[in-house]
Write a protein that binds this ligand. Structure first.
Ligand SMILES: [Fe+2]
Ligand SMILES: [Fe+2]
Length: 221
């Protein structure tokens, strides 16, 4: 499905920009770099990641999964992803406030590093969950319902501008990876697993490809 291919490709750019943002924030805090570029990162995450990418996920992909496939939107993987999107917006607003402070206190600086790391790790776990669960298992459910394509939309001029700008930011701020973030595929590495979501096999019992099996293949009992 072309929409899923587009969303996956956008994940790659967003993922790189998250690690690049870490470099930018580190330089701002440790080397007193000009915060102007950090505002450009925030523009990218607001316009490209949220306005363009997350809104197409919610309004087109998840909408089709809920309204055409009848997957639940009020619990399980879709609810977790939508709630993540909302939390990412709040964290980004908080980061923006901290960056804009004319005389940040040491506590503000600690807070900036903390919220930035939460934002980056949260987004990267979210990308992994979408790539490996929502897009794969959700894609199978869409296929099973004969939904082989969904509409997309072109980028607006301002969304294109921030995407172009991200090329320069990646050059200026080479990505810094955090080896502490444990990344991987599937529900078991998702921070929401068994906290706010029981995993797609149990949350989508009538739709997942595991339905119809007599025994729960994920049960250890
Ligand atoms: Fe998402
Ligand atoms: Fe996404």
């Amino acid at each position: 499905m072309q929409l899923l291919d587009e969303l996956r490709a956008e994940h790659e750019r967003i993922d790189q920009m998250l690690d690049s943002f870490r470099t930018g924030v580190n330089r701002f805090l440790d080397e007193h770099d000009d915060p102007a570029d950090l505002a450009h990162f925030i523009q990218f995450f607001r316009l490209f990641a949220d306005q363009f990418h997350h809104s197409r996920e919610e309004e087109i992909l998840f909408d089709a999964m809920v309204n055409q496939v009848d997957l639940p939107g009020d619990h399980g993987p879709i609810m977790v992803m939508v709630d993540d999107h909302r939390q990412f917006k709040e964290k980004l607003d908080r980061i923006h406030q901290l960056i804009e402070k004319p005389s940040p206190t040491p506590a503000d600086q600690v807070q900036l590093r903390l919220v930035t790391e939460e934002y980056i790790a949260g987004m990267q776990h979210h990308i992994d969950a979408e790539n490996s669960v929502l897009f794969i298992e959700g894609g199978i459910c869409l296929d099973d319902h004969g939904i082989l394509e969904l509409p997309s939309r072109d980028m607006s001029d301002e969304e294109k501008q921030v995407l172009d700008m991200s090329d320069q930011l990646l050059q200026l701020y080479p990505p810094t990876l955090d080896p502490e973030i444990i990344r991987g595929d599937g529900c078991f590495v998702c921070p929401a697993f068994e906290v706010t979501c029981d995993g797609f096999e149990r949350e989508w019992p009538n739709h997942s490809r595991w339905s119809g099996l007599d025994d729960d293949p994920f049960s250890i009992w």
